[in-house]
Every structure is written in C-alpha cells, then in structure tokens.
Design a protein around this ligand. Structure first.
Ligand code: NAP
Length: 284
C-alpha cells in the first residue's frame, strides 16, 4: 500500500514536470514583464525572463533571467542558443519589452523616432523571427505580444509610440494567419494606462517649437494625470495568464477601463472620439 502510494506520488510528480510549460518573457525586470513572469512562475510554469542587465534582478526574482537587448543584433541572434541551453523546448513567447518616446511629433528628431521603432517594432519582430523556426519544427506554440490601446487609438504627444504599436498590431494580425497551420497561436494584449516605470524609463526631446507651447503643456499635464490615474498592473498579468491558459486565444485582448468604448468610437464615431480626447486635454 505504502509503495503503491509512493509510486502514485512519483507518477504525478513526473506528470507535473512533463506538463510544466516553458515560457520566455522579454523585459521581465520591471513593470508588466516582472509581474507576468512572477505570476506565471507562481502558477507552476517554468519562466525564463530577459533583461539587458540580468545581474540587476537575478537575486531578487524566483525565475531564471537571461540577457536580451532588443537593440542588439548579436544579442537577438544568440538568443536561441542561450535559451535552449536552459530548456528543451519553448512553449510560449511573451514579447513584452519596450519603451515610450513622448513629445510633439514635429519636435521629435527622426533618429529618436527611429529608435522607438528599432526597439518596439523591429526588436520584437527580430526576437519572434529568431524563435519561429523552433516553433514551426515542433508544430505548436504561442506568441503573445504586449501592444497597447495606443496601438489601436492614437493620442497627442505619443505619435511614434502609437505608430510602433499600430505597426505591431498589423504585423501580428498577418502572422496569426500564417502560423495557424503549424498550431502556433498569435495574440496581442492591449493595456490601457497602468502604473509601471514606463514614464520614468521614457525618452523625450528637448527640442522646442514655440507654436506648440500650449498643446505641449496640456499634453504633458494630461499625461501626468493619466499616469496618476493608472490602474493596477496586476490586471495585465492576470489577462496574460488567461491567454496563456486558453488553447485558442482571440487575437485582441484589451485590459483596462473604458477601452472597448474607445475602440468602438474609433471605428464608428471618430468625430466623437476626437472631441472626447480634446475635451480631456483641455481640462488638464
Ligand atoms: N505601463 C503602461 O501603461 C503600458 C500600457 C500599454 C502598453 N505598455 C507596454 O508594456 C510593455 C512593458 O512596459 P512597462 O509599462 O512594464 O514598462 P517598464 O516598467 O519601463 O518595463 C520595460 C521593460 O522592457 C525592457 N526593455 C526596455 N527597452 C529594452 C530594450 N531595448 N531591450 C530589451 N529590453 C528592454 C526593460 O528591461 P531592462 O531595462 O532590464 O532591459 C523592462 O523590463 C511595453 O511594451 C509597453 O509599451 C505599457
């Protein structure tokens, strides 16, 4: 009897290990990525997080952290080899790493705008491409990308950020069709405004065109207001967990207050949406 029980425990342990999915979370040192990685680890997944400086957080987190710099071709090219030293197969990729460039569009030097795309768009695409051959070969997998409501609706002072997130939406929408026959699922997470370190880590220009002084002041005050009103980022980790645990997740996954209304207005009553955004801005 004793032995039988022991064998049951061993079998269930083996089963648990077999079922333990490997998940890569980019940008797991802060904000959403950190919370997503912690939550998935808590739920029993084998999480590998990434950071440009893993040493910064390695000793403080319960999951493994490897180096990844979205702006470095070498870092991305060596990612598969470094990753598969840690795990036998990858079940899920969570593209979360990214940053924010703010400012009036005309004031932002093209180089800074290009940097926004290099990290948020090209970096994400390059990481996805580096791992796609492995997903295709194993004929299963899931690619979950953290976009933004700003990838569906644009607001003043966020032109390049919005453009980089809109680009991700368009790209992954196409990829979803292309990967379906390999049982690789593609989904986006589109958060509203959440309290993370995104503003502290953002880049802005010191260029000033006086004609924009009033709009810039209002936009900056409004951005401050939005940050203060930001929701609890654990909501985003909870949504990601849901998508991780859904066999065939839907493409769009909004997280945050009033977002479905914003998207509906964008499609069916654009003028009303613009008036509402300008009204909020003028209140700031
Ligand atoms: N907070 C919001 O309200 C909000 C709303 C919608 C969407 N988002 C999106 O959510 C994602 C996470 O942002 P967050 O709010 O959690 O910001 P955060 O706290 O600033 O975290 C950003 C993460 O991305 C990583 N990262 C930044 N640039 C990188 C690069 N060049 N290469 C590799 N990793 C890089 C950082 O890692 P290291 O510095 O350690 O390398 C960090 O872990 C971003 O894609 C952002 O656009 C945020």
């Amino acid at each position: 009897m004793h032995l039988q029980n022991a064998s049951k425990v061993t079998k269930s342990k083996i089963k648990q290990t077999e079922m333990r999915k490997n998940i890569l979370v980019t940008g797991a040192s802060s904000g959403f990525g950190l919370l997503i990685a912690k939550e998935l680890h808590r739920q029993g997944y084998n999480v590998i997080g990434t950071s440009r400086n893993p040493e910064k957080i390695k000793s403080e987190v319960p999951f493994k952290v490897i180096t990844l710099d979205l702006d470095s071709v070498e870092s991305i090219n060596t990612l598969p080899e470094r990753l598969f030293r840690e795990i036998g197969q990858l079940d899920i990729l969570i593209n979360n790493a990214g940053f924010l460039v703010t400012g009036i569009a005309e004031e932002i030097p093209i180089e800074l705008g290009r940097q926004q795309f290099e990290t948020n768009f090209w970096g994400t695409i390059k990481v996805t491409n580096a791992l796609l051959p492995y997903f295709r070969k194993q004929k299963f997998g899931k690619i979950i990308t953290v976009g933004s409501i700003t990838g569906l609706v644009s607001f003043p002072n966020t032109s390049y950020y919005a453009a980089s997130k809109h680009a991700l939406e368009g790209y992954f929408k196409a990829l979803r069709y292309e990967l379906a026959e390999f049982s690789i699922r593609v989904a986006m997470i589109e958060p509203g405004s959440f309290k993370t370190n995104i503003m502290d880590n953002s880049s802005k220009t010191t260029n000033r065109i006086d004609d924009y002084n009033t709009l810039r002041d209002k936009s900056e005050k409004y951005a401050q207001f939005i940050v203060e009103q930001g929701e609890d980022p654990v909501m985003v980790a909870a949504k990601v967990l849901k998508v991780v645990e859904t066999d065939k997740p839907k493409f769009r996954n909004l997280v945050g207050k009033r977002l479905p209304m914003l998207v509906t207005l964008q499609h069916f009553a654009y003028g009303t949406l613009e008036k509402a955004v300008l009204k909020q801005l003028n209140k700031a």
